[in-house]
Design a protein around this ligand. Structure first.
Ligand code: PLP
Length: 390
């Protein structure tokens, strides 16, 4: 069981508001903030290189703790500064050929879709959409019907940015692997709130961010790549961290996922990421998942009793992202009027998940994403504040 009072005491940002935006950019613990600030001060005292050298052991431990979190070896984790950057590094390391097929799902995220449409424009691939089924989740029959050996990649979002649904990852992976297609999982909204084990899920690659459910600093992200496909991947833009200049006309890529890393990075943020992940591991991923799911379920129950609120999460298995609309009030107005009542939520608009929002006839939803540090009073206060938005 999580000691919510202790967690709240270590999260000053949650004390004077109902903070329901961990799907956007969560609140870090005091310890994480102090560690980041302390490192910035140390850089100012002795210079960035010496400051980093002093923390060499901690920096080397970042992929180790992430490997523990994801259930993989540390050398299969590449650190970056955002989930999108990590996701792109994987996609652009595949040598695409005209006629290659790429399947995306109905909840695809805008940045991913744009990058794949670039592959269509530049490399002559085709990007096709697997529709959602009646339950709002990816339609596995439609997926099977679309798959053939020309499909090289299936791009799947674990939990979308605009709703609480959880994708049937294993089922998608089984179908895709039957025809030899790779599965790239966007786990931005699942890592940190749900148990995510790359072996259990069977995915070939996975990207995620630090600032959301992991409660790490902004500007942190990472990529996991399955060992068996690593050697065939040539990063589109390796530098002297991912590779070594071994001869006037030659270079060698790192053998592990480190080939995807870039030389320069924000050391302080990365130290903060390590602390945030360690904190999660100490709390226990399963306890965190149970707490988040129960906060979100409580919020859905409370909102379902508010007149003119329509809950928008599809599917039976719902995570910590709660999406809703209020009849007759723009999502942005709802957000602003909630903020005026010290309730922080976000708006997820059509351009972020164009396929899903269009299919459901939605222009925007209000997104509330309570983490484990959110109290039951916060949930009640949030529902009461929504009831006053009219
Ligand atoms: C936030 C988000 C991203 C992008 O993460 P960045 O760290 O901003 O690159 C990708 N996919 C989903 C589903 C997201 O919610």
């Amino acid at each position: 069981m999580i000691d919510v009072a202790a967690e709240r005491a270590d999260t000053p940002g949650c004390l004077d508001q109902a903070f329901l935006d961990s799907a956007g950019s969560s609140l870090p613990t005091t310890r994480v903030v102090d560690a980041v600030v302390a490192h910035l001060r140390r850089e100012a005292e002795v210079g960035g290189y010496r400051a980093a050298a002093e923390r060499a052991d901690d920096l080397a431990a970042v992929p180790v703790v992430l490997g523990r979190l994801l259930g993989c070896d540390p050398d299969l984790v590449a650190l970056s500064d955002s989930a999108t950057r990590s996701w792109n590094q994987f996609v652009t390391a595949i040598r695409w050929a005209p006629g290659d097929r790429i399947l995306i799902c109905g909840t695809e995220y805008a940045s991913n879709a744009i990058a794949l449409l670039q592959r269509a424009r530049i490399d002559g691939c085709s990007v096709e959409v697997v529709p959602n089924g009646p339950d709002g989740l990816v339609d596995l029959d439609a997926l099977s019907a679309l798959l053939d050996e020309r499909v090289r990649l299936v791009s799947l979002v674990h939990v979308p940015t605009n709703s609480g649904q959880v994708a049937p990852v294993r089922e998608v992976v089984e179908c895709a692997h039957d025809v030899g297609a790779l599965v790239l999982l966007d786990a931005c909204q699942s890592v940190g709130q749900l148990r995510v084990d790359v072996e259990d899920l069977g995915v070939d690659a996975l990207s995620a961010t630090g600032r959301k459910w992991l409660r790490a600093p902004r500007g942190t992200g990472f990529l996991y790549v399955r060992r068996s496909i690593l050697e065939g991947l040539e990063p589109a833009a390796a530098d002297m961290r991912g590779a070594t200049w071994t001869a006037p006309d030659g270079y060698e890529l790192e053998s592990g996922a480190r080939r995807f890393e870039l030389w320069e990075y924000d050391v302080a943020s990365r130290l903060g990421l390590k602390m945030a992940v360690e904190h999660l591991l100490r709390l226990g991923v399963d306890d965190v998942e149970a707490a988040v799911r129960s906060r979100a379920a409580d919020l859905r129950t409370a909102l379902s009793e508010v007149p003119r609120v329509v809950l928008r999460d599809a599917g039976a298995d719902l995570s910590g992202v709660v999406s809703f609309t209020v009849d007759g009030v723009d999502a942005a107005d709802v957000r602003d009027r909630l903020l005026a009542q010290d309730v922080t939520v976000a708006v997820s608009g059509l351009p972020s998940t164009r396929l899903d929002m269009t299919a459901r006839g939605l222009g925007a939803v209000v997104r509330a994403s309570p983490h484990y540090f959110v109290s039951s009073d916060d949930i009640e206060a949030a529902a009461a504040a929504v009831a006053r938005v009219r």
